[in-house]
Write a protein that binds this ligand. Structure first.
Ligand SMILES: [Mn+2]
Length: 308
C-alpha cells in the first residue's frame, strides 16, 4: 500500500458484498491515514445503505483527484461498472479484486479467486497482507459481505475459510443476529405484498426442475414496492424440492428483463448465462435482455434444458 490516494468502486446496482467490500477496504485504508474516495453511480441502495460507513460513499460529481490507484471490487468486467466507466479507467493502476467465475481480468493487477465466498473475503486477505487495521466498522462490512454472498452460510461457497474469517469478525464485536436483522429482515409492508404477487407467479418447467418467478413493473407499481425489494426472492423457487435451476425474471423496462439464475446442484448457471452475454458464478449468475417476455422465456428454456 505505497500509494496515498485511492478510488474504490464496485458494480452498478451493487449488493451487500460490493458495498461491504468498498466500505471495509476504504475504512481500513482510512485507518492507515490514506486518502480514500468511495464512488457509486447512484445512491447506495437498501439494505447496503445501513452498513457502517455507507455515508462515506459519494456519487457524481466525484471529487477528481490524482488517485494513485483505482480498485474495482466485486465486478466481473468493466462494463459492469456502469455509466462512469471511462472516469474510473482514467486512473492507473487499475486493481481488480473479485470472485466471479466470469471475471475477464480487466485490471493491471488482478486478484481474482473464484474459490472465495465473496469479495469481502478477498478484502480481508488484502487487509491482512497489507497489515492494515481491522476495527468494528471494517469487521461489520466484511461479515456482512460474507454472510450475504453465502446466503447466511447456507450456499456451496460456505467454507471453513469463510467461516473462520466470519468468526474473527465476531471477535471484533459484530453481532450476527443484529446484523442480519438489519440487513435481511427489513421487510416493508409493500415489499411483502410484492413477494405475495411474485409467489403467485411461480411456474415450473422441464419436469419441475426449473422454477421460474416473475416480478413485473406492474407488480412493483401496484404494491408501491422498490425494485430492490425483490432481492433474494429467487430463493423461493430455488428451495423447492426437485428444482435444479431457479429463475427470477425482473422487468426493468417496458421490453427489458433481468434474469437472475440460481443452481442447486450440477448446473453451471454462469455458463448458461454466458449464452445470453451474461455471467456470474457457477451457482448464481444472471443476464439482461430486451424483447417480449414470452419469446425471452422460450429462448431461455431452450438453452436451459440442455444443461439438465
Ligand atoms: Mn460478490
Amino acid at each position: 500500500m505505497d500509494g496515498q490516494r485511492f478510488l474504490l468502486v464496485t458494480h452498478r446496482d451493487p449488493d451487500v458484498d460490493g458495498i461491504g467490500s468498498i466500505l471495509a477496504f476504504g475504512k481500513a485504508l482510512l485507518n492507515a491515514e490514506k486518502r480514500v474516495v468511495l464512488f457509486t453511480e447512484k445512491p447506495v441502495p437498501s439494505p447496503s445503505n445501513l452498513l457502517k460507513g455507507a455515508g462515506m460513499v459519494v456519487q457524481d460529481p466525484c471529487p477528481e483527484e490524482d488517485f494513485d490507484a483505482v480498485v474495482v471490487l466485486d465486478c466481473s468486467e468493466m462494463t459492469r461498472v456502469g455509466a462512469r466507466r471511462s472516469f474510473v479507467e482514467k486512473y492507473k493502476p487499475l486493481i481488480n479484486i473479485d470472485h466471479h467465475e466470469t471475471n475477464d481480468f480487466f485490471g493491471d493487477l488482478n486478484l481474482v479467486d473464484t474459490g472465495s465466498s465473496s469479495t469481502g473475503e478477498l478484502v480481508y486477505k488484502v487487509i491482512k497482507a497489507a497489515r492494515l487495521t481491522i476495527d468494528y466498522d471494517v469487521a461489520e462490512n466484511i461479515f456482512a459481505a460474507i454472510q450475504t454472498d453465502t446466503g447466511s452460510f447456507r450456499y456451496d461457497n460456505t467454507t471453513a475459510a469463510s467461516m473462520k474469517i466470519a468468526a474473527e469478525m465476531i471477535s471484533y464485536g459484530v453481532k450476527p443476529s443484529k446484523l442480519s436483522r438489519k440487513l435481511m429482515h427489513g421487510y416493508t409492508k409493500s415489499g411483502l405484498r410484492l413477494l405475495e404477487l411474485a409467489l403467485g407467479s411461480v411456474e415450473y418447467y422441464h419436469e419441475n426442475t426449473i422454477g421460474m418467478m416473475t416480478v413485473s413493473l406492474e407488480m412493483i407499481e401496484k404494491t408501491g414496492a422498490q425494485a430492490e425489494d425483490s432481492e433474494g426472492f429467487v430463493d423461493f423457487p430455488r428451495f423447492v424440492l426437485g428444482v435444479e435451476v431457479a429463475v427470477l425474471i425482473s422487468q426493468t423496462d417496458e421490453n427489458e428483463y433481468k434474469f437472475s439464475l440460481r443452481s442447486n446442484n450440477r448446473v453451471n448457471v454462469a455458463l448458461l448465462a454466458s449464452r445470453f452475454a451474461g455471467g456470474g458464478h457457477a451457482k448464481a449468475a444472471g443476464f439482461s435482455r430486451r424483447g417480449s417476455i414470452d419469446v425471452l422465456k422460450r429462448e431461455f428454456l431452450r438453452e436451459a434444458v440442455q444443461f439438465l
